[in-house]
Design a protein. Sequence first.
Length: 102
Amino acid sequence: MRQKKIIAVFFILALSVSACAPALQDYREDYVKSHPDLDPRIREAILKGEAVVGMTQEQVMASCGAPNLTTRGQEAGKYCDYWGYKRFTVTIGPDGKVINVK
């Protein structure tokens, strides 16, 4: 009986995680529609859920959602923010724009 409960909990968690993906895609599409002046390269990246150099913090959030981890450090003698996601890290420069994606 306990094993069935554990399986049920994992099943519910899996469903709730997979339910987030369509919602984020809908948000991306809405963001792009509400910002018709976006650079075409940035528009495509947002629709694909990617981060690219030159994006603003707002655009990264619209594309990738909230980061799993954020830290602050220095790069080339200037303070930068590092946003960690599951598969990549985004470096945001002092001007609030992405300067690196690894």
